[in-house]
Design a protein around this ligand. Sequence first.
Ligand SMILES: [Ca+2]
Ligand SMILES: [Ca+2]
Ligand SMILES: [Ca+2]
Length: 461
Amino acid sequence: MLIKKISVLLAVFLLLCGLSGCSVQLPGTDSLLRPPNPSSEEQSIQQAIFDKLGKQPLLCYPKRGEHRAAITMHDIDADGIDEAVVFFREVADSPNITLAVLSKANGRWSVAGTVIGEGNDVDRVDFCRINASQAGNQIVVGWNVGTGNKILSIYDFLSGVLSPINIDDSLTEKDRVSLSNYTEYSLVDIEGDGNAEICTVILNPAEIQAYCSILKLYTEETGTSFFQKSGGCELNSGVTRYAQICSGYISVGRSAVFLDGYLSSDVMITEIITLDKNTGNVYTPLNQPANGVYVSTERSSLILCRDINSDDIVEIPFSETLPGYEDTSSRVTSLTAWHVFDSTAGEISKEASVSTILNEPDGYMFILPNEWRGKVTVKYDQKTKIMYFHEVSANSDGKNVFGDELFRIAVFDSKNSTLLSSSGYMILSENRNFVYTAFITKKNPSLDITPSRLKLCFAEM
Ligand SMILES: [Ca+2]
Ligand SMILES: [Ca+2]
Ligand SMILES: [Ca+2]
C-alpha cells in the first residue's frame, strides 16, 4: 500500500515537473519567453548560420509542445552527437521561417541543411522514430499558417541531408492538404509495431464533422518514403476546442490517443482514439454512433486525462458526488475518480485506479485512500481556505450527513504563518507563497489517520 501511494505521489510530482507522457498544451506563451543570454555553444551555432547567410538570423520559438527553444539540441541521426535544430527568419518582416539543421565536426558548427517552412510561425517541433528501418529520428514540425490553420511537415535527416518526407503524391491535392492540416497532433505507435504514426485531429473544418487521421510512413523498394493515410474516424463535433492531446496506453501494450475537449466553457469530455482489434480500423470506443454506443465522460471539473498512478495506463477523471452532497452540487468538494477504459469489456473500469479531492482554488489535491471512500466527506470554507474532512453518518431517514470532524487542511500565507508554531498544525507542503498544513481533530483507528499518511496523500497542483 505504501509503495502504491509513493508511486501515486511520484506520478503527481512528475506531472508537476512536466515529465508525464501527457503534455498540457498551454496557449501561446510568447510573453513568458524571454530569450536567455545565449550560451557560447548557441553563439557558435548562430555564428555558423551568419557565416552561411551573411546576416544575423532572427530566431523563432515554437509556441507549444515540449521543445520551446529556437535552438534545440537533439541527436537526430543517432550517431551519438547532437545536432542543432534552429528556426529563424532571414529578415524581420519575412513571412517565411527557415528550419536549419547544424552538425558539429572537429569542434566547429556548420549548417548541414535548410528548408523553408510551410507556415509563418512554428507551432510545435517533435522528434520521433517514424521509420524503424533506419537509425535515428524524424523531425516533425507543426507550422502555424495565418489565423488558426496549422500544417504538419515531417523531415528526414539522413547522411547529413535534410529533406521533407512527402505525402503520397498519387493522392489528390485536396486529400494531401486534408492529411497535413491539423488542429492537434500526437505521435503514437497505434499498431504497436515499433514505428510511430502521427494522429492528426481536425476540429470541425468548414462546418463538417471533426475527424482524426492516422498518417503512416511507407517506404518503396527504391528507398523512397512517403506518408499515406492508414486510417481515420469521425470525432465528437460538439467539442468547441481541445484542451489536451496525448498518447498513452489503454491497457498493457495497447496504444491510444487521448483527447480532452470542451463541450462548453465548463463541461469537458475525453475521446479515445485506438485500433479496433477485430477490424483493424481506427475507432473511438467511447463514442460509436453507428452502434449506439456513447460512454459519457462529461465532467464539470476541468481536469485533464493523465497517468495518475505511474503504471503507463492513462486514466480519465470522473466527478463523483461525495457523501452528504447528494441533494446539492459543489465543484470544489467533489471526488475525482480516475478510471481506465477497460478495452476487454468495452467500458470504463468499475473500480477507480485512484480517487482524489481536487482543491483547484488553493492549488492542491488530496488522494482519498480507497478504504475511506463512502466513510469520509469534506466541507470547504472558501473564506478561511480550510477544508474539513468529516466522518460520514446517517440520519434517521438513512441519508448521509456530516459526522464528526476528523482532520482539516488549512492554507496559510507563508509570510504570516506565526499561528502555525503554537497551533498544532503540521506542515504538509510549502512553497514561496503558501504553507499547506493539516490538523488532526479526532483519532479514528479504523481509518488510520496519521501525520505521515496525510503527508503521503497530499500534493500541490
Ligand atoms: Ca547526430
Ligand atoms: Ca506503428
Ligand atoms: Ca495509470
